[in-house]
Design a protein around this ligand. Structure first.
Ligand SMILES: [Zn+2]
Length: 1042
């Protein structure tokens, strides 16, 4: 079957127009007056107008006692960790305010009350055209000659105040490449290494010849440069380089000879001549941003995630739902093995769409349910082939011939197409939904609407930080904005409330009550739900009682001295409550501390940074008990999704606490050292978005493929009890599931390969639905076609997830080496099979993958794989689980942050300023920059910024008066201030989590944090600079080719 169809006439539902004449509702008999709204998700997009944030009253409550508290653990509390919360995952409030941790011997004011009533890419453009030219990085030729003979002659290039990017540091960075540390100093005659003359106060020459700021020894690292040992595939101690290996490197290439003498002696790789992410992004925007992406043609590579474009569904799923590492996959597994390019799809089944694009149409086939292949159970889709005058169809996935049921029969036109093809979404679109019949429901019963349960830690820390008061105040209004279906007037979702410390307090908020009632369960070992009636209620019916409860909670616990908490029993309780109510739902947990109280799931502090760079490092990422996996499994069976909001003042064991959210499709948010004054905006913004988010509950996802390939591996926040079904207690519009495919047979160039992702889920209104996404890919017998149709951003998304899962079971060094080796193999295979013959000294990268080295380096030096001294164990676990379900746009900016100069472009310009490369060299000290990575947002101010600019933005008269660490810009009535604040708002609106602003002044202490995100530079934790890493990759590739 040939699915390489030409673009069909625009179907009637190609426009954002919800009416689907005569089809989706009464047309097919079964359920008269179907409740399915044609567009199910449109209503929840974007912010809800008129929803105001209410500042909390009385946020600063004095601690209940002034006694000196005994230290509870060995952990440094927030105030001491000046740098501690600033990993990639979580940025805190600039200089931490001092928070005295207090702990009181276990008093328990509420525990004893048994039941008390409460009284208060460019090449993608020509997928079918001539092969694009390779990115031949010839200008680097000289620079790539990594050689002991040349290196000593290199002067460090001290531009500005950046660490030098020179060949010397390039070879010095990789002692594993058989050069002993410092061996480049012993080369043939030449001027002595001039490194000592570096005019950079505070930087000293390190043992391996590289530069870095002077730092004290780090007890947790074996060497001052721990990252260095992770490169190279040659294990064992460094040995002197055999002369033979030096030879190819030492021979100057013709290009080198052609250089003018002056340049020849510098040998500096010009960063402008190596592939630039900024340029690639710009080019794609210019080339592909203006035309809609029409999905009618098989195997088309979509525009990059950084390009704004509209999608017209003409038979394949939009790239907003599915992105692939390659859109042209090798016909044989041998070819795939040779290329080493992972074949993977990053799928976001419930992705939110821009307003201009229509949500998937809902198709109702009545009692007969969706039409499927009898053998492989694939759903009817545009690629099914109707035969025998329309009486039968051949499955495009397994080739089985099926009868067409009489009620679905339709004649074929002269081309063999059903005459009604363009009237039916399932015959002409890439994405659509079916209403599910009762056969698709648990226990053969249509589901009840889901419920939300808010479970609030009311221990001492939660009360003292102002969290409980803030949260309760917010919930009063937020409950009006629970997700709704289509045009529904109010949400069908019911709500319930629990508070807890060492014991749990359930609340009866039945509408008939004058006041809420509290029921305490202190037997946390055997959790049960003490009430059924009145626990889960409709918000509008019980509004008065709920408001009263939310007013009373902060008062009830205001004087608590209880510092200990439980955790697993809280989740257990929420899950049992949903079970008792026979519905799916979501738990919102607001939790502050390591659950050390005696209870199931009790944890101990096992944080140990000494494990970093040892074989036991993986234990830092593993849960410390299996209890949470067991609990998660029960939650999944009940359709109970858990979202966790953490407010830790010290180690809370994110690796363990995030197990249930991770396995139930939930989210984790972390606000280290939470203080209302500093963090309220960020927390409330995340909370609002999270609560209003559309969620599919009790979901199962299956990916079917045409013969020849099959899904073999899955990454994301979900649970799997077999090898094919991805079980998701909940799935929201931000979460992706990444699927890897392998060959199990030969593919056919003519028929291509097909994917069908089917997600069965319960909507917010309790409707059972199936969402189907189809995608057709090309298959090739020439490797060049594979390399021409790859997408590096998706490749990096997959590789990061693969690596981040790998650290659970393998030493981090092994994981890093695996990534480097795979990347080198991918590029070496291209060089060997696809590139035109050229000098071995040339690094040749495929056009579609020319950013692979720079992006891979960013993954390698990320906090999970190469943590700096300031990154906590919890930060790493947090980032690890975040990345697991990120989409391609999120990983793209997370690993390579956006750096925007603010005063270079005219103030009047309405568009975002063009980004610059994430390197210190790109910073001008007379300018101001914004840097964002989806989680963090910095405003960097150069020391020589014009006084007028300082005045316009900060309302102070000089640079020195700017408060370092500032998180809010003053609201000033001038064009620059408006522009910058507007830009900050727009950046925040683009991301799924609120990014808190941190103002960083040049040469200020906080600048260290900021520099962590300048990913093209060498990092403090030993991560290589882009130039160095490119040299290293080149060497690896040459080794593979020789
Ligand atoms: Zn089939």
């Amino acid at each position: 079957m040939n699915v390489n169809q030409s673009a069909p006439p625009v179907p009637p539902f190609g426009q954002p127009q919800p009416v689907y004449p005569g089809y989706h509702q009464s047309g097919y008999g079964g359920q008269p007056g179907s409740t399915a709204p044609p567009t199910s998700y449109g209503a929840y997009n974007g912010p809800v107008p008129g929803y105001q944030q209410t500042p909390p009253p009385g946020v600063s409550r004095a601690p209940p006692s002034s006694e000196a508290p005994p230290a509870s653990t060995a952990q440094a509390p927030c105030g001491q960790a000046a740098y501690g919360q600033f990993g990639q995952g979580d940025v805190q409030n600039g200089p931490s305010s001092t928070v005295q941790m207090q702990r009181f011997p276990g008093s328990q004011p509420f525990g004893s009350v048994p039941l008390a009533p409460v009284v208060s890419q460019p090449a993608v453009l020509q997928p079918f055209g001539p092969p694009p030219t390779s990115a031949q990085v010839t200008a680097q030729l000289a620079g790539m000659q990594i050689s002991g003979a040349v290196a000593p002659a290199l002067p460090p290039v001290g531009l500005g105040y950046g660490p030098p990017t020179s060949l010397a540091s390039a070879s010095g960075s990789f002692p594993n490449s058989a050069l002993p540390p410092g061996s480049q100093m012993t080369g043939p005659p030449g001027p002595p290494p001039p490194m000592h003359s570096s005019q950079q106060p505070g930087y000293q020459l390190q043992q391996n010849g590289s530069f870095g700021p002077a730092r004290g020894p780090q007890p947790n690292y074996g060497s001052p440069y721990p990252g260095a040992s992770t490169f190279g595939s040659q294990p064992g101690p460094p040995q002197p380089l055999p002369p033979k290996r030096l030879d190819p490197d030492a021979i100057p290439s013709p290009q080198l000879n052609e250089l003018p003498p002056q340049q020849k002696t510098r040998h500096r790789i010009d960063p402008d001549a190596i592939p630039s992410p900024i340029q690639v992004i710009e080019d794609d925007r210019n080339n592909r941003g203006s035309e809609p992406f029409v999905t009618g043609v098989r195997g088309q590579v979509p525009p990059l995630v950084t390009t704004n474009f509209l999608v017209k569904d003409q038979g394949n799923a939009s790239p907003r739902y599915i992105r692939c590492t390659s859109y042209n996959i090798p016909c044989t597994s041998d070819m795939a093995k040779q290329a080493q390019v992972p074949l993977a799809a990053v799928i976001k089944p419930l992705a939110r769409l821009p307003p201009e694009e229509a949500s998937p149409y809902v198709v109702d086939h009545g009692e007969s349910g969706p039409l499927r292949c009898n053998r492989c159970k694939a759903y009817m889709c545009p690629f099914m082939q109707f035969i025998e005058g329309g009486r039968r169809f051949q499955c495009c996935f397994c080739s089985c011939i099926n009868d067409v049921p009489p009620q679905y029969f339709q004649h074929l036109d002269h081309t063999g197409k059903r005459v009604d093809a363009y009237d039916r979404p399932e015959l002409s679109l890439g994405s659509y939904e079916f209403l599910a019949t009762v056969d698709y429901c648990k226990n053969n019963k249509f589901p009840s609407p889901p419920a939300f349960i808010f479970m609030i830690d009311v221990s001492y820390n939660a009360i003292r930080s102002g969290l409980v008061r803030l949260l309760c105040e917010e919930l009063k209004s937020l409950l009006d904005f629970l997700p709704r279906e289509g045009g529904a007037e109010e949400s069908a979702i019911r709500v319930g409330f629990v508070t807890y410390n060492k014991v749990l307090h359930f609340y009866n908020v039945k509408s008939s009550l004058a006041q809420p009632q509290m029921m305490v369960v202190s037997d946390v070992a055997d959790m049960f739900v003490p009430l059924l009636d009145g626990f889960l209620v409709n918000v509008s019916e019980s509004r008065a009682v709920i408001t009263s409860l939310l007013d009373q909670i902060p008062e009830m616990f205001a004087d608590t001295r209880e510092t200990e908490t439980v955790f697993a029993p809280v989740i257990q309780a929420g899950m049992e409550a949903l079970k008792a109510a026979e519905c799916a739902g979501k738990l919102f947990l607001f939790h502050t501390s390591l659950p050390i109280a005696e209870a199931p799931g009790k944890l101990k502090n096992r944080d140990d940074r000494k494990l970093i760079n040892t074989d036991k490092e993986k234990t830092l990422f593993q849960p410390q008990t299996g209890a949470y996996q067991t609990l998660a499994k029960e939650c999944v069976a009940q359709g109970c999704c858990v979202d966790l909001f953490l407010f830790p003042n010290q180690y809370v064991d994110v690796a363990t606490l995030s197990v249930v959210p991770q396995l139930t499709g939930g989210s984790v948010y972390k606000y280290a050292c939470f203080q209302v004054e500093n963090d309220q905006e960020r927390f409330l913004s995340d909370l609002r978005r999270d609560v209003q988010k559309v969620v599919g509950f009790d979901a199962v996802m299956r990916v079917r493929t045409s013969t020849g390939i099959r899904a073999v591996d899955f990454f994301g926040a979900f649970y799997m009890s077999n090898t094919t079904d991805v079980e998701l207690a909940g799935l929201d519009g931000d979460k992706t599931v990444t699927v890897e495919f392998k060959h199990d047979d030969r593919l056919n160039e003519e028929s291509g390969a097909l994917l069908q992702c089917a997600l069965l889920y319960t909507s917010c209104a309790g409707q059972r639905r199936l969402r189907i996404h189809n995608l057709a890919l090309n298959c090739c017998t020439q490797l060049a076609d594979l390399y021409r149709n790859c997408e590096t951003d998706t490749l990096i998304n997959y590789m990061a997830k693969f690596a981040y899962r790998g650290v659970l079971n393998s030493p981090v060094k092994t994981v890093r080496d695996t990534l480097i080796t795979q990347c080198a193999q991918i590029l070496a295979c291209y060089r060997k099979n696809c590139a035109s013959p050229s000098s071995a000294g040339q690094l040749i990268l495929p056009e579609c993958m020319k950013l692979l080295p720079v992006y891979l380096n960013c993954v390698l030096k990320s906090d999970v794989l190469q943590p700096g001294a300031e990154v906590t164990t919890d930060d790493r676990a947090y980032v690890r689980q975040l990345v697991t379900s990120m989409d391609v746009a999120e990983t793209n900016v997370f690993f390579y942050p956006r750096l925007l100069p603010l005063t270079k472009s005219p103030i009047e310009s309405a568009t975002e300023p063009p980004a610059v490369r994430a390197s210190e060299e790109r910073l001008s000290n007379g300018d101001i920059y914004l840097l964002e990575n989806g989680l963090n947002l910095f405003l960097w101010v150069g020391a020589s910024v014009q006084q007028g600019v300082v005045q316009s933005l900060f309302s102070v008269s000089s640079f020195s008066q700017i408060t370092s660490g500032l998180s809010v810009l003053p609201v000033l009535d001038n064009p620059l201030s408006k522009k910058v604040r507007g830009l900050i708002d727009s950046l925040r609106a683009q991301r799924s989590r609120y990014m808190k602003l941190i103002v960083v002044k040049q040469e200020d202490k906080l600048e260290m944090l900021f520099k962590h995100f300048l990913v093209e530079d060498k990092s403090l934790s030993g991560g290589a600079s882009y130039v160095d890493f490119l040299c290293h990759m080149h060497k690896e590739i040459r080794q593979l080719l020789s």
